[in-house]
Write a protein that binds this ligand. Structure first.
Ligand SMILES: Cc1cc2nc3c(=O)[nH]c(=O)nc-3n(C[C@H](O)[C@H](O)[C@H](O)COP(=O)(O)OP(=O)(O)OC[C@H]3O[C@@H](n4cnc5c(N)ncnc54)[C@H](O)[C@@H]3O)c2cc1C
Length: 614
């Protein structure tokens, strides 16, 4: 671990996956019966090594060089093409994909132990990788046998790239307003697409000899709005009889966006059908596009949550290493004694507070995200009778995890810069790029505001509040009497109080909606979503603290106390700090939820009343 290189937190990942979630139990399910627990361990270890040795070292070059559009073609930064090749050859792109199409078929809750590093170590490169896997997943789910045979394996093994083309200049958050049209060709069974798509990640690049765009468009005569949208497979090059790329398919890269971060990710404006000759192949049937896309968007929202996690984890490790090395000032307890020994900044209370906040936010979202991955595995492949329960948890936790991952990831990188001081603000250290790169997570795959709306207007009201009920039931197992230590017991009491306030908040939102209307009810949706994220992150941290207390007990034998043991042994230190991290989250971060209840109950609607005119 050092202050300039990306490294993965192997110990914490291992703790969450193996000790807390016990992912080895998934090998009992028919879907994963061919794996052994050792296979899982090996995957995570090899993935971390790949991230640290191949993927992350070119992250800075990507930021410096960015992508370039030359003669209509996109050129990637030095080393990116080679890294893509190594990644796809090693099977990382298809880590959870169907083995039938060249994927590894691993559980999501195992894969996430690798993927947080792929996203954190080189987010710009991972965006194209992730979207290719996502696009292939859509064809796997909804394509005809012929479409699957033509596209899936080539995409999952990384021979061809993939994109998701939703956004248009006048249709961003409001995807239902897209105008790209699709007219059925007189012969050939295909459609002719026409329209402009913007912000398309991986819209063009030099990694592969074809790119398969999945394009939302409106078929002729379709109803307006979301119900009239269909999804089309549009390869950059049409395929010849052998299934290989042949003539160009009238897809033009018009422009590359110049961005705040993820500069090496080619974000393209694409023109489909400028020559009226862009062939698209309908996926499944007309007007099913939004339903199909929701499948991908749910997965992509989850993926973006661990972009934040990967960024946060790297930033915390860089900042901690720096704070141990950087000597500055005199410890405050030495007063004005100029002769006192200068101290590493890690000893200053304010720096310690920032570092423990970084650690708590990072490990809180890790607990939330890995648990959500586990629920996803169980909802898809677990015993039939428990699938609905897990699916309910997946539904309600997806917008919460997306926002928590994105926002806390950004916050941790921001704090990291603060810990480093002046050098944190320079490009000599990785934190500045990490913060710029992390910002996008709160914008794409649905902005923070859109996720919050999804939570408040859909997930909390769905099936008369049953999803919220399922969540409360899930977290109802955390009780103070389970704690061994006073600190943890007090923290669980405090957390239970926060859960009570969260219930009150949800009730107040309902009342606002009924008495005053939807604008008043959603005014604080984003804050409410943050409150949910904090309650859930601290729930997982406290559950992990209970486990850590048990593991710590035998390690304290022969020492004065737990802290003395932690100073001596790395294992004792790990568990001791787990307990302190949970306590810190509950008493330092969770209290911001009280402000949310107060805001919602204040019935102050200044933001709705103000005349916001320039
Ligand atoms: C780097 C990058 C990569 C991207 N990659 C892709 C891609 O691969 N494929 C793709 O299709 N798109 C992609 N996008 C587009 C991205 O999904 C959109 O930018 C995003 O959905 C927001 O749309 P918008 O930019 O039009 O903002 P707008 O929708 O105009 O939103 C602007 C602001 O208004 C708020 N807002 C909008 N509507 C509402 C509402 N109803 N209620 C409350 N608040 C609202 C938003 O939260 C936001 O704060 C990418 C964008 C970027 C920047």
């Amino acid at each position: 671990m050092n202050s300039t290189q990306y490294s993965m937190d192997r110990r914490d990942i291992q703790f969450v996956q193996k000790e807390f979630l016990r992912v080895e139990q998934l090998t009992q399910l028919p879907q994963f019966k061919d794996f052994s627990p050792q296979d899982f361990d090996l995957t995570v270890e090899e993935g971390a090594t790949f991230v640290e040795q191949v993927w992350a070292p070119i992250n800075k070059i990507g930021d410096e060089q960015g992508t370039v559009l030359k003669d209509g073609k996109v050129m990637s930064p030095k080393g990116f093409k080679e890294a893509w090749k190594k990644c796809t050859e090693a099977g990382w792109l298809g880590i959870t994909a169907e083995p039938e199409f060249g994927g590894q078929g691993l559980p999501l809750s195992v894969a996430v132990g690798v993927l947080e590093g792929f996203y954190g170590g080189n987010p710009a490169l991972y965006v194209t990788t992730m979207l290719t896997a996502g696009a292939a997943g859509l064809i796997t789910s909804f394509g005809s046998a012929e479409q699957k045979a033509k596209f899936c394996e080539k995409m999952i093994t990384g021979r061809w790239g993939g994109t998701m083309c939703l956004s248009e200049p006048n249709a961003g958050s409001a995807v239902g307003d897209i105008a790209t049209s699709a007219v059925k060709a007189k012969s050939g069974g295909h459609y002719l697409l026409k329209g402009s798509k913007c912000w398309i990640s991986g819209g063009d690049h030099d990694f592969t000899d074809n790119i398969v765009h999945l394009v939302l468009a409106r078929a002729q005569g379709a109803p307006s709005g979301p119900k009239g949208i269909s999804l089309f497979i549009v390869p950059k090059f049409r395929l010849n009889a052998k299934g290989e790329p042949a003539e160009p398919n009238d897809v033009t890269t018009v422009r590359l966006e110049h961005k705040l971060g993820i500069k090496a990710s080619p974000t393209c404006v694409l023109e489909f059908g400028a020559q009226d000759d862009c062939h698209g192949y309908l996926l499944e049937g007309e007007n099913l596009g939004m339903t199909q896309m929701f499948k991908l968007m749910n997965e992509a929202r989850f993926t973006v949550s661990y972009q934040g996690l990967g960024a946060a984890s790297g930033a915390y490790r860089n900042a901690l290493a720096f704070a141990q090395e950087r000597v500055q000032g005199i410890p405050i307890q030495h007063g004005k004694d100029r002769a006192a020994k200068r101290t590493p900044i890690v000893e200053h209370p304010d720096v310690r507070n920032m570092l423990l906040t970084m650690k708590a936010l990072t490990e809180g979202i890790r607990g939330l995200i890995y648990s959500l991955a586990f629920y996803t595995d169980m909802a898809r492949h677990g015993p039939e009778e428990t699938r609905q329960r897990y699916q309910d948890l997946v539904e309600i936790l997806t917008p919460i995890a997306k926002n928590a991952g994105a926002d806390q990831g950004f916050e941790v990188t921001r704090l990291g810069i603060q810990v480093l001081g002046g050098v944190g603000f320079t490009e000599e250290f990785p934190l500045a790029q990490a913060m710029r790169d992390a910002k996008i997570a709160s914008i794409y795959e649905g902005t923070t505001g859109i996720q919050a709306l999804d939570l408040v207007t859909r997930k909390l009201t769905m099936r008369k509040g049953e999803l919220f009920g399922a969540l409360l039931k899930e977290i109802g197992d955390l009780r103070p009497e389970l704690a061994k230590g006073e600190g943890t017991r007090a923290a669980i009491h405090e957390w239970q109080d926060a859960v009570g306030k969260l219930k009150l908040t949800v009730h107040s939102l309902k009342q606002l909606g009924e008495e005053l209307g939807p604008r008043e009810a959603v005014l604080h949706a984003t804050d409410v979503c943050v409150f949910f994220g904090d309650v859930m992150s601290s729930y997982y941290l406290l559950k992990m603290a209970l486990l850590a207390e048990t593991k710590l007990e035998p390690l304290v034998n022969g020492h004065k106390n737990a802290r003395a043991a932690a100073l001596q042994s790395p294992e004792a230190r790990f568990y001791f700090n787990k307990v302190k991290t949970a306590e810190h989250y509950v008493f330092e971060i969770l209290p911001r939820g009280r402000a949310v209840v107060a805001k919602v109950q204040s019935r102050s609607f200044a933001a709705l009343d103000a005349v916001l005119e320039a």
